[in-house]
Design a protein around this ligand. Structure first.
Ligand code: AP5
Length: 217
């Protein structure tokens, strides 16, 4: 199955994409994580994308589509995958549609985590992420057992550079302007809305219901 976990910054895409990937034994592919890895490695691509990430703006469709096409044509994607953070514009959605057709892959199902802006700023300013394995925590809602230390591998927990309030607000503006229209492009038959304001556990249960429904559809 191909799942697109969709929604505004901080709605829980990374949290739920990791869950779906583990449950269905398919890779979770996050364009944000791919871009952050390029920035950290200081590659030519990293130099281009770092500026956009720091300002909370979107990376260009051309660059994003290229990096995604390279990843989705890897052998581990033949049995399905979870996309987190892509597509984020209507041109990206069109590009994904033609890539899936060209590769003979199934149509995606969109799981939309609906969370209002007010809740997102609080979630993002209190997010922490393991510098080693990328596991996501929250100081209020999903704290680690030992402060600052990852429960999974003992790695140090970090604050993401784009989790400052001014950058978060720009990311929300970009979402409403450019990413929201992707939901209309897919339409109600493809989009499965989940109320993302509930606890992580309850959202996971609701995502599972939609995912199972998708996998038997
Ligand atoms: P990306 O990394 O995709 O960032 P984002 O979309 O802003 O989303 P986040 O990763 O911040 O949040 P999330 O929805 O994954 O939530 P999480 O699970 O972490 O992209 C970063 C940047 O890369 C973009 O700004 C852009 O520049 C660029 N980019 C990426 N893709 C692109 C594309 N396709 N095109 C162009 N540019 C692109 O959860 C957030 C926090 O909330 C955590 O602390 C978590 O523990 C907590 N939490 C999760 N669920 C709940 C819950 N139910 N209740 C309470 N807390 C919860």
């Amino acid at each position: 199955m191909i799942y697109l976990v969709f929604g505004p910054p901080g709605c829980g895409k990374g949290t739920q994409a990791a869950h779906l990937a583990e449950r269905f034994h398919i890779p979770a592919i996050s364009t944000g994580e791919m871009f952050r890895a390029e920035c950290k490695a200081g590659t030519d691509l990293g130099k281009i994308v770092c500026a956009a990430l720091t300002k909370g703006e979107l990376v260009s469709d051309e660059v994003t589509n290229q990096i995604v096409a390279r990843r989705l044509t890897q052998p581990d994607c033949r049995q399905g995958f979870v996309l987190d953070g892509y597509p984020r514009t209507v041109p990206q959605a069109r590009q994904l549609e033609s890539l899936l057709r060209r590769e003979g892959l199934m149509d995606p199902r969109v799981i939309y985590l609906d969370v209002p802006d007010e809740a997102l700023v609080q979630r993002l300013t209190s997010r922490r992420q393991c510098s080693e394995c990328g596991h996501i925590y929250n100081l209020h809602f999903q704290p680690p057992v030992r402060p600052g230390i990852c429960d999974v591998d003992g790695g140090t927990l970090m604050v993401r550079a784009d989790d400052q309030e001014s950058v978060i607000r720009q990311r929300l503006r970009s979402y409403h302007e450019l990413t929201g229209p992707v939901l209309n492009w897919y339409g109600p038959g493809v989009v499965h809305r989940v109320d993302g304001t509930r606890s992580v556990h309850d959202v996971t249960d609701a995502v599972d219901v939609e995912a199972m429904d998708c996998s038997t559809a």
